[in-house]
Design a binder for this molecule. Sequence first.
Ligand SMILES: Nc1ncnc2c1ncn2[C@@H]1O[C@H](COP(=O)(O)OP(=O)(O)OP(=O)(O)O)[C@@H](O)[C@H]1O
Ligand SMILES: [Mg+2]
Length: 251
Amino acid sequence: MLVVEGLVKRFGGFTAVSNVSFKVDQGEILGLIGPNGSGKSTIFNMLSGTFPPSAGSIKFEGHEIAGLAPHRIINRGIGRTFQIPRPFRRLTIFENVELAGFYGQGSHSRAKADEAAEKALAMVGLPTDRRAPVDGLGAAGLKKLELAKALATSPKLLLADESLGGLDEAEMDQAADMLRKIRDELGITIIWVEHIMGVLMRVVDRVMVLDHGEKISEGLPSAVSSDPKVIEVYLGTDADATQAAAAEKRR
Ligand SMILES: Nc1ncnc2c1ncn2[C@@H]1O[C@H](COP(=O)(O)OP(=O)(O)OP(=O)(O)O)[C@@H](O)[C@H]1O
Ligand SMILES: [Mg+2]
């Protein structure tokens, strides 16, 4: 479905993503992990057209999309969430999602956008009541709203920049289960970015690990979490390693 080759992003003299290649198969959940600043969101920004790559190729369903504008990419079926939710606070929850559906689907049909918004809100478990305000949503609610907005664009591939840092353990598990449900019930392929490894490992089919903009490991969760390179640069502490091992057992 997605074939990325030699992806590079430079900001001035700094290389944030360095020659990264990977593939995503239809129907899989690929986990993308790595420490803070390793280039995860930058990869999403290039896949979604937020900014163009400095070099490299991104083929989606056989077509080159590197450097296309965000609205063209979303209309081809790549939806994304943002790590830091910034909803329109003067619109209702429903209106935020409806707006995403209206422009994201490319059809500019209010009826289709409304239908997509209702389905998306029900999927993530937010109120479909059209008057419910954005204010009052906590960290978990705002992340659900991000997901609903992305789903309303009817993506084939969902880029979920989750960063569950602000959530408690139950909320993290819920978020992980929701991504699996989105894949299982809607058939949407997912790349999931997260730097808390334990919760991600439970859900993904495959994992890719970045460090300082370079891909350092890729494979099944069990193989990646015992890769010495990953343990060294990513896990760092014994506490994190124990957490990842425990998550592996729960799979
Ligand atoms: N627009 C930008 N201009 C300049 N530097 C940037 C820009 N966006 C990202 N960077 C830098 O690129 C590097 C990678 O950032 P990125 O946001 O991709 O990391 P990340 O892996 O998503 O980290 P986190 O886990 O904290 O979300 C960082 O050093 C960051 O400061
Ligand atoms: Mg990020």
